[in-house]
Design a protein around this ligand. Structure first.
Ligand code: GCB
Length: 602
C-alpha cells in the first residue's frame, strides 16, 4: 500500500501552485546501447549542452510531434528539462515545496539541479517529492526527467522486446516492441507538471471521505491525515451555493447533512446532477478544500444501485487519444468529449484501459457521468505476467489508483484489468489477490475485471468480482459479416453466465471497425451501414436483458484511436462511433437516438 497523500494540488490560503507546463527541451537517447545518456550523465548539465535538443510541449506525447519516424516509434530513454525560479518568499514564509508530475509514461527518473529526486514506475498516475533540500532560491533551478517507455512482462501494461534473430535478414541492432494490447504506446510527459507549496511542517497530507444516504439526509464520514499527530483539525461541509451545511472538530468524524443534494448521474435526475460539496479542512495553519459528492453504490444479484435506485449504464468505452498530442492532456478535448457524451446521451464510461487524467475525472464528477475506473492492467496474458513480481506491481498500482480517486462520486466501480487470460490456473490466485487487495483499500465500491471472451466454465476470476463485465465481438472477430448470429450468441452467452453466477452483467465492449465515409447497401464490413446493422442487433438483446440482470452497455469505442501498425488496423482502430476528430459516423446518430430514448424512459 503506498503512503497516504497525493492530494490534487489546489491553491488555498496556505498553498500556492506554480505551473511548469510549456515548451521543455527534449532529447532522445538514440545511442546503440540505448544508455549513453546515463554514461554521459546528461542530468548533470542543461540538456542542450549534451547535444541537440528540440522543443517539446508538456503535456503531450512526444510521438506525433515531429516528422521523425524513429521518434514516433522510439523505444528507450527520452530526456526533458526546463528551468524555473523559486520565489524568495517561499523561504520567509517557511513553505514546504513539492514537485508533482500528474503522469509520465512509463518509468521516470527525476533530478533537480543535477541531484536525484525521485523515480516512479508506471504511467497514468501521479508522483511527487518534496524539493526543499534541493531548491535554489537565489537563482535558476533545473528539473530534468528521463522517461523510458519500454514495457516488460512485469509492467502494467505488459509487453516484450523482440530482436531480429536472423542477423542476415535484419539491420544491425534491430528490435521491436511487442504490445499485448490494442492501442499505441504513446509516451512522454502526458499530464501537467506543478510545484506546489504547503506549510513546512504541520500540513494536511491526505483526506478520505465516505458517504451514505439515510432518507433525505447525507452521512459524511471523513478522515484527515497530517504529517504530525495529534492534529488540530476543523472541517466544514460547504454546498454549491457556498453555505456551510455541517461542521466538526477532529481529524476523524461524521457529519449529517440534512436534506442533502445527493450526487446523481445526470440521466437519473433533471435537477442538480453531479452535485458536489466541498470539505473544507483547516488543520493548524493549513487549508485544503476537498470536493466530494454524497452518494452510495450497491450491488444486488441483479442490479446496480445508486442511492438505492437502479442505475442502467448506457455509455461508452473511451481512450485518452487524439491527433498530434496522443495521450497528452488537453482541456479543449476534455470539454469537447463531455459535450459529445451528453450529445450521445451517455451516462457512463469506462477508463479503458488505464486511469484517466484527474481533470477528466473532475468533469465526470461535476457533470454526473458515472465511471468504471480501470487500472492499466491490460494484456495480462502470460505466466510471467502473473508471477510475484507482476503481482507486487499490480497491487502497488491499485493502491495508487484508489488513493488518487477514492473521493470521487463518479467512480462507481474499480476495474482491476481488461481481458486477462482468465482461464489460466495462475489467474485465480493472482486476481484473487488483486481484487481482495482493492476491496481492502475501498470496501464502498464494487470491484470487477473485464472478461475477454473466456466462457463461464473456463473462467477462473469471475467468482471474485461483484459485477460481471463482458466484451463481445460476435459477427466481427467470429462469424464476420453474419449479423444474424448476434442475438443467438449473445443471448446464450448471457444465459450461460447467469446460470452459473447470480451477479449483474455489463457488456463493456461490442463494436465493429468502420471507415468513415465507406458506404455499401446491403451492408458490408467496414462500412457505416455495417456498424449500424451490427449495433442494432446487439441493442435488441440488450433491451430484452436489461429488464433482468443486464445493468449496462458500452459501445467500443467512443472515438477512433491510434494503434500499432497491424494488418487488421487501418491507421488505428476504427470502431469509434465518432472519428478521431470527434465527428459522428452514422452509428453515432444511431447511438444518440437509442440513448436519448433510454433517458426518457421510452
Ligand atoms: C478488445 C479490447 C480492446 C480492443 C478491442 C478491439 O476486446 O479490450 O482494447 O481495442 O477489443 O477493437 O479489438
Amino acid at each position: 500500500t503506498p503512503q497516504p497523500g497525493m492530494l490534487y494540488p489546489r491553491d488555498s490560503e496556505s498553498r500556492q501552485i506554480k505551473h511548469l507546463d510549456g515548451m521543455w527541451n527534449f532529447r532522445a537517447d538514440k545511442s546503440s546501447a540505448r544508455n549513453a545518456s546515463f554514461e554521459e550523465k546528461w542530468f548533470t548539465q542543461p540538456l542542450h549542452k549534451t547535444g541537440p535538443v528540440i522543443p517539446m510541449p508538456v503535456p503531450s506525447s512526444f510521438n506525433d510531434i515531429t516528422q521523425d519516424k524513429s521518434l514516433r516509434d522510439f523505444v528507450g530513454w527520452v530526456w526533458y528539462d526546463t528551468e524555473f525560479y523559486a520565489p524568495m518568499d517561499w523561504i520567509t514564509l517557511k513553505k514546504r515545496v513539492v514537485l508533482r508530475f500528474d503522469s509520465a509514461h512509463y518509468y521516470s527518473i527525476v533530478w533537480l539541479n543535477s541531484e536525484h529526486l525521485m523515480e516512479h514506475n508506471g504511467g497514468h498516475l501521479p508522483f511527487e517529492a518534496e524539493v526543499n533540500n534541493l531548491l535554489n532560491y537565489g537563482g535558476v533551478n533545473r528539473v530534468t526527467i528521463a522517461i523510458n517507455n519500454t514495457l516488460t512482462p512485469h509492467t502494467l501494461p505488459p509487453g516484450t522486446i523482440e530482436y531480429g534473430a536472423d542477423k542476415g535478414r535484419y539491420p544491425p541492432g534491430f528490435f521491436k516492441q511487442i504490445l499485448q494490447f490494442d492501442f499505441f504506446n504513446y509516451a512522454g510527459i502526458h499530464r501537467s507538471v506543478k510545484l506546489y507549496t504547503t506549510p513546512f511542517t504541520h500540513y494536511i497530507s491526505d483526506i478520505t471521505i465516505v458517504t451514505d444516504v439515510a432518507g433525505s439526509n447525507g452521512i459524511v464520514k471523513y478522515t484527515v491525515i497530517g504529517d504530525q499527530s495529534p492534529m488540530d483539525c476543523k472541517v466544514e461541509v460547504i454546498d454549491m451555493d457556498g453555505f456551510i451545511v455541517g461542521r466538526q472538530n477532529g481529524s476523524q468524524g461524521q457529519i449529517t447533512v440534512t436534506n442533502a443534494n445527493f450526487w446523481w448521474p445526470y440521466t437519473m435526475t433533471a435537477e442538480k446532477p453531479g452535485y458536489m460539496y466541498t470539505l473544507k479542512v483547516h488543520a493548524w495553519d493549513d487549508f485544503y478544500r476537498q470536493p466530494f459528492g454524497i452518494r452510495v453504490v450497491k450491488v444486488t444479484d441483479k442490479q446496480l444501485l445508486i442511492n438505492n435506485r437502479p442505475f442502467y449504464c448506457h455509455g461508452v468505452a473511451k481512450h485518452e487519444d487524439s491527433d498530434i498530442r496522443g495521450k497528452g492532456l488537453d482541456f479543449a478535448l476534455i470539454a469537447k468529449d463531455f459535450n459529445l457524451l451528453k450529445w450521445l446521451g451517455a451516462n457512463c464510461f469506462r477508463t479503458s484501459h488505464y486511469p484517466y487524467a484527474e481533470e477528466i475525472m473532475d468533469q465526470a464528477d461535476r457533470q454526473g457521468i458515472a465511471v468504471i475506473d480501470e487500472s492499466p492492467g491490460v494484456g495480462i496474458k502470460t505466466v510471467a505476467n502473473m508471477n510475484n513480481v507482476s503481482l507486487a506491481h499490480h497491487l502497488e498500482v491499485m493502491g495508487e489508483l484508489v488513493r488518487r480517486d477514492k473521493n470521487r462520486p463518479s467512480v462507481i466501480m474499480w476495474s482491476v484489468a481488461n481481458e486477462p487470460a482468465s482461464s489460466r490456473d495462475e489467474a485465480r490466485p493472482y486476481f484473487k489477490a488483486v481484487i481482495e487487495h482493492t476491496r481492502s483499500l475501498d470496501n464502498t465500491r464494487p470491484v470487477t475485471y473485464v472478461n475477454g471472451g473466456v466462457g463461464p466454465t473456463s473462467d477462473k476470476v469471475v467468482e471474485y468480482v461483484d459485477v460481471i463485465c463482458l466484451n463481445h465481438y460476435y459477427a466481427w472477430y467470429s462469424d464476420c459479416g453474419y449479423i444474424d448470429v448476434i442475438p443467438y450468441q449473445l443471448k446464450s452467452d448471457l444465459n450461460d453466465w447467469n446460470a452459473l453466477h447470480k451477479k449483474p452483467v455489463i457488456i463493456t465492449e461490442y463494436g465493429a471497425d468502420t471507415v468513415v465515409g465507406l458506404h455499401q447497401e446491403p451492408s458490408f464490413i467496414f462500412t457505416e451501414e455495417y456498424q449500424v446493422d451490427f449495433m442494432s442487433q446487439y441493442h435488441k438483446v440488450f433491451d430484452e436483458f436489461r429488464k433482468d440482470f443486464l445493468v449496462g452497455e458500452m459501445v467500443w469505442n467512443f472515438a477512433d484511436f491510434m494503434t500499432d501498425q497491424q494488418i487488421n488496423r487501418v491507421v488505428g482502430n476504427r470502431k469509434g462511433v465518432l472519428t478521431r476528430q470527434r465527428q459522428p459516423k452514422m452509428s453515432g446518430h444511431l447511438l444518440r437516438e437509442r440513448y436519448q430514448k433510454l433517458i426518457n424512459g421510452t
